[in-house]
Write a protein that binds this ligand. Structure first.
Ligand SMILES: [Zn+2]
Length: 275
């Protein structure tokens, strides 16, 4: 069954088109452009269009259906998530850090990278939650539902072949949850996941800056996004050493501020209890 909000965006689209059309019609009909009605119609049309574009490109998208990006809770808990792996040697290093810290995290794996590193993917899945991050990390912002479906299916196949598990979480590349992406993922039984804080770590900023960005943006119930791989240009081209160096420091600082660590499904459960 479709989410009750699945049609909300159609209303926004109606306002966007209707507002612009009404303002245009009044202008063509010779009404003063600065009249209150024309400006109101144009303003409503522009606001609705702006909202639609923002929601299309946001990892916290609401308009097109449910995208989980933060739990509504006052508890000091956070879910660490890592995208674009598995990727040698960074994923192994990350697994060691998380083991030492006794933290279970969530990894959004790319099918093509899983195929390259099946053993590493299986190791991740044996200790952590794994989500689908498409087969080869395309930007799906304007893609047809068929393309989205194909990416999800192939990602799922690769992850299942390597790890034996079938993820039920999906994070779209770049966080661009357009209406066709959310609808298709839901149709296939996935829950869409965004994030509440990230560190632009794909640009390889110094690890101190990665740590600062995460700590500055983190809130109770938050979802952090960092990268242990690099889309389909995985090892040997990827360099995630700065991210890996930042992770233990982020964990220690969060612990010092009283934070505990949950997996995404655990954080989602907590959010559901709060309703
Ligand atoms: Zn990604």
């Amino acid at each position: 069954m479709r989410h009750p909000r699945a049609h909300a965006w159609e209303i926004a689209a109606g306002i966007a088109v209707g507002g612009a059309a009404l303002a245009g019609f009044r202008t063509v009909a010779g009404r003063p452009i600065r009249s209150a009605s024309t400006l109101t119609a144009a303003g409503a049309g522009m606001a609705a269009s702006g909202l639609m574009v923002y929601e299309w490109l946001s990892p916290r998208s609401w308009l097109y259906g449910p995208v989980f990006w933060q739990a509504r809770t006052a508890e000091h808990v956070v879910a660490l998530t890592f995208d674009d792996g598995p990727c040698h040697p960074y994923t192994e290093q990350l697994l060691d850090i998380l083991d030492q810290e006794e933290i279970t995290a969530t990894f959004f794996q790319i099918g093509n990278n899983v195929r390259r590193e099946p053993n590493l993917a299986a190791e991740v899945a044996s200790r952590h939650v794994v989500g689908n991050h498409t087969f080869d990390h395309p930007q799906l912002v304007w893609s047809r539902p068929g393309t989205v479906r194909e990416q999800l299916r192939r990602g799922q196949e690769a992850i299942h072949a390597a790890t034996g598990s079938l993820p039920h979480l999906f994070r779209v590349p770049y966080g661009w949850f357009g209406p066709q992406v959310v609808a298709t993922a839901e149709e296939l039984g996935f829950r869409c996941v965004g994030w509440s804080v990230m560190a632009w770590d794909w640009n390889r900023p110094p690890s101190e800056l990665i740590k600062r960005r995460i700590l500055r943006g983190v809130r109770p119930g938050g979802v952090t996004l960092l990268h242990d791989g690099q889309d389909t240009d995985a090892f040997p081209k990827a360099d995630r050493s700065h991210t890996i160096a930042a992770v233990p420091r982020i964990i220690r600082s969060l612990r010092a501020s009283g934070y505990g660590f949950l997996t995404l499904p655990e954080l989602m459960d907590l959010d559901a209890q709060d309703r």
